[in-house]
Design a binder for this molecule. Structure first.
Ligand code: SF4
Ligand code: SF4
Ligand code: FES
Length: 558
Protein backbone atom coordinates (compact mmCIF):
# COMPACT_ATOMS: atom_id res chain seq x y z
CA UNK A 1 0.00 0.00 0.00
CA UNK A 2 1.31 3.43 -0.94
CA UNK A 3 1.41 6.46 1.34
CA UNK A 4 1.41 9.99 0.01
CA UNK A 5 4.01 12.03 1.85
CA UNK A 6 5.66 15.36 1.29
CA UNK A 7 9.42 15.77 1.46
CA UNK A 8 10.92 19.23 1.25
CA UNK A 9 7.52 20.41 -0.06
CA UNK A 10 7.50 17.87 -2.91
CA UNK A 11 4.92 15.05 -2.90
CA UNK A 12 6.37 11.54 -3.11
CA UNK A 13 5.11 8.00 -2.59
CA UNK A 14 6.16 5.91 0.39
CA UNK A 15 5.33 2.30 1.20
CA UNK A 16 3.58 1.14 4.31
CA UNK A 17 6.04 -0.70 6.57
CA UNK A 18 9.17 1.05 5.42
CA UNK A 19 11.15 3.55 7.44
CA UNK A 20 11.34 7.22 6.56
CA UNK A 21 14.95 6.68 5.46
CA UNK A 22 14.00 3.83 3.13
CA UNK A 23 11.27 5.96 1.55
CA UNK A 24 13.72 8.83 1.10
CA UNK A 25 16.45 6.65 -0.38
CA UNK A 26 14.03 4.95 -2.76
CA UNK A 27 13.06 8.38 -4.02
CA UNK A 28 16.67 9.45 -4.46
CA UNK A 29 16.74 11.80 -1.46
CA UNK A 30 19.98 11.59 0.45
CA UNK A 31 20.23 11.84 4.22
CA UNK A 32 23.51 11.25 6.07
CA UNK A 33 23.73 8.14 8.24
CA UNK A 34 26.42 6.67 10.48
CA UNK A 35 25.05 3.77 12.51
CA UNK A 36 22.55 2.63 9.88
CA UNK A 37 23.31 -0.57 7.96
CA UNK A 38 21.11 -1.50 5.02
CA UNK A 39 19.43 -4.85 5.58
CA UNK A 40 19.96 -4.81 9.37
CA UNK A 41 17.58 -3.66 12.08
CA UNK A 42 18.24 0.01 12.92
CA UNK A 43 19.68 0.94 16.31
CA UNK A 44 19.14 4.70 16.20
CA UNK A 45 22.48 5.18 17.95
CA UNK A 46 24.05 8.14 16.16
CA UNK A 47 21.18 10.59 15.40
CA UNK A 48 22.88 11.62 12.18
CA UNK A 49 19.85 10.81 10.06
CA UNK A 50 17.39 13.04 11.92
CA UNK A 51 14.64 14.82 10.00
CA UNK A 52 11.96 17.32 10.96
CA UNK A 53 8.37 16.09 10.68
CA UNK A 54 5.34 18.37 10.98
CA UNK A 55 3.50 17.73 14.24
CA UNK A 56 6.46 16.10 16.00
CA UNK A 57 8.02 18.31 18.66
CA UNK A 58 11.52 16.82 18.35
CA UNK A 59 13.65 15.71 15.44
CA UNK A 60 13.23 12.04 14.63
CA UNK A 61 15.78 9.50 13.40
CA UNK A 62 14.68 8.59 9.90
CA UNK A 63 16.47 5.22 9.93
CA UNK A 64 14.33 3.78 12.69
CA UNK A 65 11.03 5.66 12.42
CA UNK A 66 8.28 4.12 10.27
CA UNK A 67 6.91 6.34 7.56
CA UNK A 68 3.27 7.38 7.97
CA UNK A 69 0.66 8.64 5.55
CA UNK A 70 0.61 12.39 4.94
CA UNK A 71 3.87 13.01 6.78
CA UNK A 72 5.44 16.34 5.91
CA UNK A 73 9.18 15.97 6.21
CA UNK A 74 12.07 18.40 6.01
CA UNK A 75 15.41 16.70 5.44
CA UNK A 76 17.65 19.77 5.37
CA UNK A 77 15.93 22.48 7.42
CA UNK A 78 18.21 24.81 9.47
CA UNK A 79 17.25 22.91 12.63
CA UNK A 80 18.09 19.55 11.07
CA UNK A 81 21.41 20.73 9.70
CA UNK A 82 22.36 22.24 13.06
CA UNK A 83 21.52 18.97 14.82
CA UNK A 84 23.67 16.96 12.41
CA UNK A 85 26.47 19.45 12.73
CA UNK A 86 26.33 19.08 16.51
CA UNK A 87 26.54 15.28 16.16
CA UNK A 88 29.71 15.63 14.10
CA UNK A 89 31.18 18.30 16.41
CA UNK A 90 30.63 16.07 19.43
CA UNK A 91 32.20 13.09 17.66
CA UNK A 92 35.19 15.20 16.70
CA UNK A 93 35.63 16.21 20.34
CA UNK A 94 36.95 12.74 21.06
CA UNK A 95 38.46 12.02 17.66
CA UNK A 96 42.14 12.52 16.86
CA UNK A 97 42.99 15.21 14.32
CA UNK A 98 45.49 13.05 12.47
CA UNK A 99 43.59 12.56 9.22
CA UNK A 100 46.78 13.04 7.21
CA UNK A 101 48.20 9.84 8.68
CA UNK A 102 44.97 7.87 8.59
CA UNK A 103 44.52 4.95 6.20
CA UNK A 104 40.94 6.14 5.57
CA UNK A 105 41.94 9.71 4.73
CA UNK A 106 39.72 10.63 1.78
CA UNK A 107 37.36 7.70 2.37
CA UNK A 108 36.12 8.39 5.90
CA UNK A 109 32.45 9.03 6.57
CA UNK A 110 33.18 11.27 9.56
CA UNK A 111 35.60 13.37 7.52
CA UNK A 112 33.09 13.56 4.67
CA UNK A 113 30.23 14.69 6.91
CA UNK A 114 32.45 17.24 8.66
CA UNK A 115 33.20 18.64 5.22
CA UNK A 116 29.60 18.50 3.99
CA UNK A 117 28.27 20.12 7.16
CA UNK A 118 30.88 22.85 6.95
CA UNK A 119 32.50 22.06 10.31
CA UNK A 120 35.52 24.36 10.24
CA UNK A 121 36.66 24.53 13.84
CA UNK A 122 36.86 22.39 16.94
CA UNK A 123 33.72 23.30 18.84
CA UNK A 124 34.46 21.33 21.99
CA UNK A 125 37.82 20.87 23.69
CA UNK A 126 39.60 17.72 22.65
CA UNK A 127 39.25 14.79 25.03
CA UNK A 128 42.38 12.68 25.22
CA UNK A 129 41.85 9.07 24.25
CA UNK A 130 43.94 6.67 26.30
CA UNK A 131 43.39 3.70 24.01
CA UNK A 132 46.37 2.16 22.27
CA UNK A 133 46.41 0.71 18.77
CA UNK A 134 46.02 -3.07 18.74
CA UNK A 135 48.29 -4.59 16.08
CA UNK A 136 48.32 -8.07 17.58
CA UNK A 137 46.21 -9.73 14.86
CA UNK A 138 47.71 -11.09 11.64
CA UNK A 139 44.99 -9.47 9.60
CA UNK A 140 43.40 -6.49 11.27
CA UNK A 141 44.50 -3.40 13.15
CA UNK A 142 42.22 -1.73 15.67
CA UNK A 143 42.63 1.92 16.57
CA UNK A 144 40.02 2.63 19.27
CA UNK A 145 40.82 6.36 19.25
CA UNK A 146 39.20 6.61 15.81
CA UNK A 147 36.07 4.78 16.90
CA UNK A 148 32.84 6.80 16.83
CA UNK A 149 30.79 4.11 18.58
CA UNK A 150 28.42 3.60 15.67
CA UNK A 151 28.29 -0.14 16.45
CA UNK A 152 28.50 -1.26 12.81
CA UNK A 153 31.43 -3.59 13.57
CA UNK A 154 29.51 -5.18 16.44
CA UNK A 155 26.53 -5.85 14.24
CA UNK A 156 28.34 -7.16 11.19
CA UNK A 157 30.44 -9.46 13.37
CA UNK A 158 27.47 -10.68 15.40
CA UNK A 159 24.51 -10.61 13.02
CA UNK A 160 26.17 -11.41 9.69
CA UNK A 161 29.14 -13.48 10.82
CA UNK A 162 27.84 -14.85 14.16
CA UNK A 163 31.31 -14.43 15.64
CA UNK A 164 30.67 -11.57 18.13
CA UNK A 165 34.21 -10.40 18.69
CA UNK A 166 33.14 -6.90 19.78
CA UNK A 167 30.61 -5.37 22.11
CA UNK A 168 29.93 -2.09 23.85
CA UNK A 169 31.64 -1.75 27.21
CA UNK A 170 30.36 0.71 29.85
CA UNK A 171 27.82 3.44 29.19
CA UNK A 172 27.63 7.18 28.64
CA UNK A 173 30.82 9.09 27.96
CA UNK A 174 33.04 6.23 29.16
CA UNK A 175 31.57 3.79 26.66
CA UNK A 176 33.91 2.09 24.20
CA UNK A 177 33.97 -0.92 21.90
CA UNK A 178 35.85 -3.81 23.47
CA UNK A 179 36.75 -7.41 22.87
CA UNK A 180 36.06 -10.16 25.39
CA UNK A 181 37.93 -9.40 28.63
CA UNK A 182 39.55 -6.52 26.72
CA UNK A 183 42.09 -8.96 25.32
CA UNK A 184 44.02 -8.16 22.15
CA UNK A 185 42.58 -9.25 18.80
CA UNK A 186 45.05 -12.12 18.37
CA UNK A 187 43.51 -13.99 21.28
CA UNK A 188 39.94 -12.95 20.59
CA UNK A 189 37.57 -15.19 18.65
CA UNK A 190 38.02 -13.11 15.46
CA UNK A 191 38.25 -15.24 12.33
CA UNK A 192 39.97 -12.49 10.29
CA UNK A 193 37.25 -11.99 7.67
CA UNK A 194 37.67 -8.20 7.68
CA UNK A 195 33.95 -7.51 7.28
CA UNK A 196 34.12 -5.12 10.24
CA UNK A 197 36.80 -3.10 8.44
CA UNK A 198 34.49 -2.83 5.42
CA UNK A 199 31.64 -1.73 7.71
CA UNK A 200 33.62 0.77 9.80
CA UNK A 201 32.99 4.37 8.71
CA UNK A 202 36.37 5.60 9.99
CA UNK A 203 39.95 4.38 10.37
CA UNK A 204 39.21 2.47 13.59
CA UNK A 205 39.54 -0.93 11.87
CA UNK A 206 41.80 -1.65 8.93
CA UNK A 207 44.02 -4.24 7.33
CA UNK A 208 47.49 -5.10 8.64
CA UNK A 209 49.60 -3.55 5.94
CA UNK A 210 52.08 -5.87 4.17
CA UNK A 211 53.31 -3.37 1.57
CA UNK A 212 56.49 -2.62 3.55
CA UNK A 213 57.69 -6.22 3.64
CA UNK A 214 56.95 -6.66 -0.06
CA UNK A 215 58.85 -3.47 -0.75
CA UNK A 216 61.86 -4.75 1.22
CA UNK A 217 61.79 -8.06 -0.69
CA UNK A 218 61.85 -6.16 -3.98
CA UNK A 219 65.07 -4.46 -2.94
CA UNK A 220 66.70 -7.68 -1.75
CA UNK A 221 68.98 -8.80 -4.56
CA UNK A 222 69.08 -12.36 -3.22
CA UNK A 223 65.42 -13.14 -3.76
CA UNK A 224 63.11 -13.21 -6.72
CA UNK A 225 59.68 -11.78 -6.02
CA UNK A 226 56.69 -13.68 -7.37
CA UNK A 227 53.18 -12.29 -7.27
CA UNK A 228 49.93 -14.20 -7.66
CA UNK A 229 47.19 -12.05 -9.15
CA UNK A 230 43.59 -13.06 -9.69
CA UNK A 231 40.67 -11.63 -11.57
CA UNK A 232 38.62 -10.99 -8.44
CA UNK A 233 41.14 -8.33 -7.51
CA UNK A 234 41.43 -7.45 -11.20
CA UNK A 235 37.74 -6.52 -11.48
CA UNK A 236 37.80 -4.54 -8.21
CA UNK A 237 40.79 -2.26 -8.66
CA UNK A 238 39.17 0.06 -11.23
CA UNK A 239 36.61 1.45 -8.80
CA UNK A 240 39.40 2.26 -6.30
CA UNK A 241 41.09 4.24 -9.09
CA UNK A 242 37.90 6.11 -9.94
CA UNK A 243 37.15 4.08 -13.08
CA UNK A 244 34.04 2.16 -14.08
CA UNK A 245 33.19 -0.48 -11.43
CA UNK A 246 33.78 -4.01 -12.67
CA UNK A 247 36.27 -3.08 -15.41
CA UNK A 248 38.82 -5.88 -15.60
CA UNK A 249 42.28 -4.48 -14.87
CA UNK A 250 44.06 -7.79 -14.27
CA UNK A 251 46.49 -7.51 -17.16
CA UNK A 252 47.16 -3.84 -16.48
CA UNK A 253 48.03 -4.80 -12.90
CA UNK A 254 50.44 -7.39 -14.32
CA UNK A 255 52.12 -4.59 -16.29
CA UNK A 256 52.19 -2.35 -13.21
CA UNK A 257 53.76 -5.06 -11.05
CA UNK A 258 56.46 -5.71 -13.67
CA UNK A 259 57.21 -2.01 -13.80
CA UNK A 260 57.53 -1.98 -10.02
CA UNK A 261 60.09 -4.79 -10.26
CA UNK A 262 58.16 -7.97 -9.49
CA UNK A 263 60.09 -10.73 -11.26
CA UNK A 264 57.40 -13.32 -11.95
CA UNK A 265 53.63 -12.95 -12.00
CA UNK A 266 51.45 -16.03 -11.90
CA UNK A 267 47.73 -16.48 -12.29
CA UNK A 268 46.17 -16.99 -8.87
CA UNK A 269 42.98 -18.39 -10.46
CA UNK A 270 45.02 -21.41 -11.48
CA UNK A 271 44.95 -22.34 -7.78
CA UNK A 272 41.16 -22.48 -8.15
CA UNK A 273 41.47 -24.75 -11.19
CA UNK A 274 43.72 -27.17 -9.32
CA UNK A 275 41.53 -27.08 -6.23
CA UNK A 276 38.39 -27.76 -8.32
CA UNK A 277 40.07 -30.68 -10.01
CA UNK A 278 41.32 -32.19 -6.75
CA UNK A 279 37.91 -31.75 -5.15
CA UNK A 280 36.13 -33.33 -8.13
CA UNK A 281 38.43 -36.35 -7.93
CA UNK A 282 37.63 -36.69 -4.26
CA UNK A 283 33.88 -36.39 -4.87
CA UNK A 284 33.90 -38.87 -7.74
CA UNK A 285 35.33 -41.49 -5.36
CA UNK A 286 33.34 -40.71 -2.24
CA UNK A 287 30.82 -43.03 -0.68
CA UNK A 288 27.11 -42.28 -0.94
CA UNK A 289 26.62 -40.80 2.55
CA UNK A 290 29.71 -38.66 2.70
CA UNK A 291 29.42 -34.86 2.63
CA UNK A 292 32.52 -32.82 1.96
CA UNK A 293 32.79 -29.24 3.16
CA UNK A 294 34.91 -26.72 1.30
CA UNK A 295 38.34 -25.60 2.51
CA UNK A 296 39.14 -22.71 0.18
CA UNK A 297 38.15 -19.88 2.54
CA UNK A 298 40.51 -19.32 5.50
CA UNK A 299 37.90 -17.35 7.45
CA UNK A 300 35.53 -20.29 7.22
CA UNK A 301 38.23 -22.78 8.23
CA UNK A 302 39.02 -20.80 11.36
CA UNK A 303 35.30 -20.52 12.10
CA UNK A 304 34.90 -24.32 11.92
CA UNK A 305 37.96 -24.83 14.11
CA UNK A 306 36.63 -22.43 16.73
CA UNK A 307 32.88 -22.77 16.66
CA UNK A 308 32.05 -26.05 14.89
CA UNK A 309 34.90 -28.42 15.85
CA UNK A 310 32.58 -31.41 15.43
CA UNK A 311 32.52 -30.59 11.68
CA UNK A 312 36.31 -30.65 11.25
CA UNK A 313 36.17 -34.25 10.02
CA UNK A 314 33.81 -33.17 7.23
CA UNK A 315 36.28 -30.62 5.84
CA UNK A 316 37.65 -31.93 2.55
CA UNK A 317 41.29 -33.07 2.72
CA UNK A 318 42.38 -30.51 0.12
CA UNK A 319 44.50 -27.43 0.76
CA UNK A 320 43.26 -24.00 -0.24
CA UNK A 321 43.98 -22.66 -3.76
CA UNK A 322 46.60 -20.28 -2.33
CA UNK A 323 48.40 -23.03 -0.45
CA UNK A 324 48.32 -25.47 -3.39
CA UNK A 325 49.70 -22.98 -5.88
CA UNK A 326 52.14 -21.55 -3.35
CA UNK A 327 53.56 -25.03 -2.72
CA UNK A 328 53.98 -25.72 -6.46
CA UNK A 329 55.84 -22.44 -6.96
CA UNK A 330 58.06 -22.89 -3.92
CA UNK A 331 59.02 -26.41 -4.91
CA UNK A 332 60.19 -25.07 -8.24
CA UNK A 333 62.29 -22.31 -6.74
CA UNK A 334 63.06 -22.23 -3.05
CA UNK A 335 64.59 -18.75 -3.13
CA UNK A 336 61.52 -16.83 -4.13
CA UNK A 337 59.44 -14.45 -2.06
CA UNK A 338 55.78 -15.06 -2.96
CA UNK A 339 53.07 -12.47 -2.59
CA UNK A 340 49.39 -13.32 -2.86
CA UNK A 341 47.33 -10.40 -4.13
CA UNK A 342 43.85 -10.96 -2.92
CA UNK A 343 40.45 -9.47 -2.04
CA UNK A 344 40.64 -11.42 1.22
CA UNK A 345 41.86 -10.15 4.57
CA UNK A 346 41.88 -13.63 6.15
CA UNK A 347 44.68 -14.63 3.77
CA UNK A 348 46.99 -12.62 6.00
CA UNK A 349 46.16 -14.97 8.85
CA UNK A 350 46.31 -17.98 6.52
CA UNK A 351 50.01 -17.22 6.00
CA UNK A 352 50.61 -18.33 9.58
CA UNK A 353 48.78 -21.65 9.19
CA UNK A 354 50.88 -24.82 9.09
CA UNK A 355 49.36 -25.58 5.65
CA UNK A 356 51.21 -22.58 4.24
CA UNK A 357 54.57 -24.23 4.71
CA UNK A 358 56.80 -26.93 3.31
CA UNK A 359 59.45 -28.25 5.67
CA UNK A 360 58.68 -25.40 8.03
CA UNK A 361 59.25 -22.72 5.37
CA UNK A 362 56.39 -20.46 4.33
CA UNK A 363 55.24 -20.98 0.75
CA UNK A 364 53.42 -17.65 0.48
CA UNK A 365 55.30 -14.91 2.29
CA UNK A 366 52.95 -11.93 2.15
CA UNK A 367 49.37 -11.09 1.25
CA UNK A 368 48.33 -7.76 -0.20
CA UNK A 369 44.65 -6.91 -0.29
CA UNK A 370 43.08 -5.02 -3.19
CA UNK A 371 43.29 -1.81 -1.15
CA UNK A 372 46.98 -2.34 -0.41
CA UNK A 373 47.68 -3.19 -4.04
CA UNK A 374 46.31 0.18 -5.14
CA UNK A 375 48.41 1.95 -2.49
CA UNK A 376 51.45 -0.06 -3.62
CA UNK A 377 50.95 0.96 -7.24
CA UNK A 378 50.56 4.61 -6.20
CA UNK A 379 53.61 4.38 -3.93
CA UNK A 380 55.69 3.52 -6.97
CA UNK A 381 54.35 6.40 -9.01
CA UNK A 382 52.87 4.14 -11.67
CA UNK A 383 50.50 5.87 -14.08
CA UNK A 384 47.97 3.17 -14.88
CA UNK A 385 46.74 5.08 -17.95
CA UNK A 386 50.13 4.71 -19.61
CA UNK A 387 50.26 0.91 -19.32
CA UNK A 388 49.42 -1.71 -21.92
CA UNK A 389 47.99 -5.03 -20.69
CA UNK A 390 50.55 -7.80 -20.17
CA UNK A 391 50.22 -11.55 -19.71
CA UNK A 392 51.11 -13.55 -16.63
CA UNK A 393 54.17 -15.81 -16.71
CA UNK A 394 54.32 -19.46 -17.66
CA UNK A 395 54.17 -22.19 -16.49
CA UNK A 396 51.50 -21.00 -14.04
CA UNK A 397 50.02 -18.22 -16.11
CA UNK A 398 46.83 -19.81 -17.42
CA UNK A 399 43.53 -20.33 -15.65
CA UNK A 400 40.23 -21.51 -17.08
CA UNK A 401 36.85 -19.87 -16.64
CA UNK A 402 36.28 -22.30 -13.78
CA UNK A 403 39.19 -20.83 -11.82
CA UNK A 404 37.79 -17.33 -12.33
CA UNK A 405 34.43 -18.29 -10.85
CA UNK A 406 35.93 -18.75 -7.38
CA UNK A 407 35.49 -14.98 -6.99
CA UNK A 408 31.84 -15.16 -5.98
CA UNK A 409 29.83 -17.47 -3.75
CA UNK A 410 28.59 -20.43 -5.78
CA UNK A 411 31.37 -20.09 -8.35
CA UNK A 412 33.57 -22.62 -6.59
CA UNK A 413 30.75 -25.19 -6.76
CA UNK A 414 30.25 -24.46 -10.44
CA UNK A 415 33.98 -24.94 -11.05
CA UNK A 416 33.97 -28.28 -9.23
CA UNK A 417 30.88 -29.42 -11.16
CA UNK A 418 32.70 -28.66 -14.42
CA UNK A 419 35.57 -30.88 -13.29
CA UNK A 420 33.22 -33.56 -12.03
CA UNK A 421 31.40 -33.51 -15.39
CA UNK A 422 34.71 -34.06 -17.09
CA UNK A 423 35.42 -37.10 -14.94
CA UNK A 424 31.96 -38.66 -15.01
CA UNK A 425 30.55 -37.63 -18.40
CA UNK A 426 33.35 -36.16 -20.49
CA UNK A 427 31.21 -36.08 -23.63
CA UNK A 428 28.28 -34.15 -22.19
CA UNK A 429 30.03 -31.80 -19.79
CA UNK A 430 29.23 -28.74 -21.94
CA UNK A 431 25.67 -28.82 -20.56
CA UNK A 432 26.83 -27.78 -17.08
CA UNK A 433 28.72 -24.64 -17.99
CA UNK A 434 26.23 -22.06 -16.78
CA UNK A 435 24.47 -22.86 -13.56
CA UNK A 436 22.16 -19.94 -12.89
CA UNK A 437 21.06 -21.33 -9.51
CA UNK A 438 24.64 -21.00 -8.30
CA UNK A 439 24.95 -17.48 -9.72
CA UNK A 440 21.84 -16.10 -8.01
CA UNK A 441 22.19 -13.33 -5.48
CA UNK A 442 21.19 -15.50 -2.51
CA UNK A 443 23.01 -16.36 0.73
CA UNK A 444 22.19 -20.08 0.47
CA UNK A 445 22.03 -21.65 -3.00
CA UNK A 446 21.17 -25.26 -3.67
CA UNK A 447 21.70 -27.12 -6.89
CA UNK A 448 20.61 -30.68 -7.56
CA UNK A 449 21.62 -32.44 -10.75
CA UNK A 450 22.28 -35.86 -12.20
CA UNK A 451 25.69 -36.86 -13.44
CA UNK A 452 27.28 -40.22 -14.10
CA UNK A 453 24.03 -41.99 -13.21
CA UNK A 454 23.82 -40.40 -9.77
CA UNK A 455 21.87 -37.53 -8.20
CA UNK A 456 24.14 -34.85 -6.76
CA UNK A 457 23.37 -32.05 -4.37
CA UNK A 458 25.62 -29.02 -3.96
CA UNK A 459 24.99 -26.17 -1.55
CA UNK A 460 26.81 -22.83 -1.64
CA UNK A 461 26.56 -20.60 1.43
CA UNK A 462 28.04 -17.20 2.14
CA UNK A 463 28.06 -15.27 5.40
CA UNK A 464 28.97 -17.20 8.53
CA UNK A 465 25.67 -16.73 10.36
CA UNK A 466 24.01 -18.43 7.37
CA UNK A 467 26.62 -21.19 7.44
CA UNK A 468 26.20 -21.72 11.17
CA UNK A 469 22.41 -21.99 10.80
CA UNK A 470 22.73 -24.43 7.89
CA UNK A 471 25.22 -26.63 9.73
CA UNK A 472 22.95 -26.75 12.78
CA UNK A 473 20.26 -28.42 10.63
CA UNK A 474 22.58 -30.74 8.75
CA UNK A 475 22.11 -33.66 11.15
CA UNK A 476 18.35 -33.80 10.59
CA UNK A 477 18.40 -33.46 6.79
CA UNK A 478 16.99 -36.44 4.88
CA UNK A 479 19.19 -35.96 1.82
CA UNK A 480 22.49 -34.49 2.85
CA UNK A 481 24.45 -32.49 0.29
CA UNK A 482 27.43 -34.06 -1.42
CA UNK A 483 29.32 -30.81 -1.22
CA UNK A 484 28.89 -27.70 0.89
CA UNK A 485 30.77 -24.63 -0.24
CA UNK A 486 31.14 -21.90 2.37
CA UNK A 487 32.53 -18.42 1.84
CA UNK A 488 32.87 -16.37 5.01
CA UNK A 489 32.16 -13.05 3.33
CA UNK A 490 28.59 -12.39 2.17
CA UNK A 491 28.57 -12.87 -1.61
CA UNK A 492 32.04 -14.44 -1.55
CA UNK A 493 35.49 -13.00 -2.24
CA UNK A 494 34.10 -10.20 -4.43
CA UNK A 495 32.98 -8.78 -1.08
CA UNK A 496 36.13 -9.80 0.80
CA UNK A 497 37.42 -7.77 3.72
CA UNK A 498 40.31 -6.42 1.64
CA UNK A 499 38.15 -4.95 -1.10
CA UNK A 500 37.53 -1.25 -1.82
CA UNK A 501 35.25 0.33 0.76
CA UNK A 502 32.02 1.97 -0.33
CA UNK A 503 28.95 2.90 1.63
CA UNK A 504 26.70 1.67 -1.20
CA UNK A 505 28.66 -1.56 -1.49
CA UNK A 506 25.93 -3.65 -3.17
CA UNK A 507 26.18 -2.06 -6.59
CA UNK A 508 29.94 -2.59 -6.63
CA UNK A 509 29.62 -6.24 -5.62
CA UNK A 510 27.14 -6.80 -8.44
CA UNK A 511 29.44 -5.10 -10.96
CA UNK A 512 32.36 -7.29 -9.85
CA UNK A 513 30.35 -10.52 -10.17
CA UNK A 514 28.94 -9.50 -13.56
CA UNK A 515 32.43 -8.86 -14.82
CA UNK A 516 33.70 -12.26 -13.64
CA UNK A 517 30.79 -14.00 -15.37
CA UNK A 518 31.52 -12.09 -18.59
CA UNK A 519 35.19 -13.04 -18.38
CA UNK A 520 34.21 -16.69 -18.02
CA UNK A 521 31.94 -16.38 -21.04
CA UNK A 522 34.80 -15.02 -23.14
CA UNK A 523 37.23 -17.67 -21.91
CA UNK A 524 37.57 -20.61 -24.31
CA UNK A 525 39.00 -22.91 -21.62
CA UNK A 526 36.14 -23.76 -19.30
CA UNK A 527 37.13 -26.90 -17.45
CA UNK A 528 40.24 -27.25 -15.27
CA UNK A 529 40.84 -30.54 -17.05
CA UNK A 530 41.61 -28.64 -20.24
CA UNK A 531 44.13 -26.29 -18.67
CA UNK A 532 47.73 -26.96 -19.82
CA UNK A 533 48.99 -25.28 -16.65
CA UNK A 534 47.07 -27.83 -14.56
CA UNK A 535 48.60 -30.60 -16.66
CA UNK A 536 52.03 -29.11 -15.99
CA UNK A 537 51.19 -28.95 -12.29
CA UNK A 538 50.13 -32.62 -12.41
CA UNK A 539 53.52 -33.54 -13.90
CA UNK A 540 55.49 -31.82 -11.15
CA UNK A 541 52.77 -32.47 -8.62
CA UNK A 542 54.01 -32.26 -5.05
CA UNK A 543 53.88 -35.38 -2.96
CA UNK A 544 50.29 -36.02 -1.79
CA UNK A 545 51.33 -35.37 1.78
CA UNK A 546 52.17 -31.77 0.81
CA UNK A 547 48.62 -31.28 -0.44
CA UNK A 548 46.94 -32.40 2.76
CA UNK A 549 45.66 -29.61 4.97
CA UNK A 550 45.94 -29.55 8.75
CA UNK A 551 42.97 -28.47 10.84
CA UNK A 552 43.16 -27.82 14.55
CA UNK A 553 40.46 -27.42 17.14
CA UNK A 554 40.77 -23.98 18.74
CA UNK A 555 39.46 -22.63 21.98
CA UNK A 556 37.70 -19.40 21.22
CA UNK A 557 37.69 -16.65 23.81
CA UNK A 558 33.98 -15.98 23.88
S1 SF4 B 1 35.21 0.48 15.31
FE1 SF4 B 1 34.33 1.52 13.51
S2 SF4 B 1 32.45 0.35 13.08
FE2 SF4 B 1 33.05 -0.18 15.16
S3 SF4 B 1 31.89 1.25 16.45
FE3 SF4 B 1 33.91 2.17 16.09
S4 SF4 B 1 33.61 3.49 14.32
FE4 SF4 B 1 31.86 2.10 14.38
S1 SF4 C 1 37.46 -9.59 11.14
FE1 SF4 C 1 35.44 -10.62 10.99
S2 SF4 C 1 35.41 -12.01 12.75
FE2 SF4 C 1 37.06 -10.52 13.12
S3 SF4 C 1 36.12 -8.92 14.34
FE3 SF4 C 1 35.94 -8.29 12.19
S4 SF4 C 1 33.92 -9.06 11.50
FE4 SF4 C 1 34.44 -10.10 13.43
S1 FES D 1 21.82 6.49 11.05
FE1 FES D 1 19.93 6.82 12.00
S2 FES D 1 20.41 7.02 14.09
FE2 FES D 1 22.32 6.52 13.15
Amino acid sequence: MDFNIEVNNIPIKARKGETILQALQRNGISVPTLCYMAGQLPTGACRMCVVEVDGYPGLIPSCSHPVEDWMKIQTHSPRVIQARKSVVELLLASHPDDCLYCVRNGNCELQRYAEELNVRERKYPSRAHPATIDKSSYSIVRDPAKCILCGRCIRVCEEIQSVSTFDYVNRGNVMYIGTTLDKPMNISNCIDCGQCAIACPTGALYEKDNTDIVHKALYNKNVKVTALIDHTTGVSVAEELGMKPGKDMTHIIVAALRKIGVDIIYNYNLGGDIYAREMAKLLSNKNEEQTYISTSCPGWIKFVEEFLPEKITMLAPVKSPMEILGAAIKLENNDIFSVAITPCMAKKAELARPCNAIDGKEVINAALTTRELVRFIRLHGIDIDQLEPELTNDPYGTATGAGLLFGYAGGESEAIIRSLSHILEPDTSQGKLKISKLRANKPVKEYTFSLGGKQWRFVAISGLANARAYMANLGTMKQKPDYIEVMACPGGCINGGGQPIHKDNDKYIKARQKSIIELDEKESLKSPYRNPAVVKWEQSRPDDSLLKPVFVQRDALL
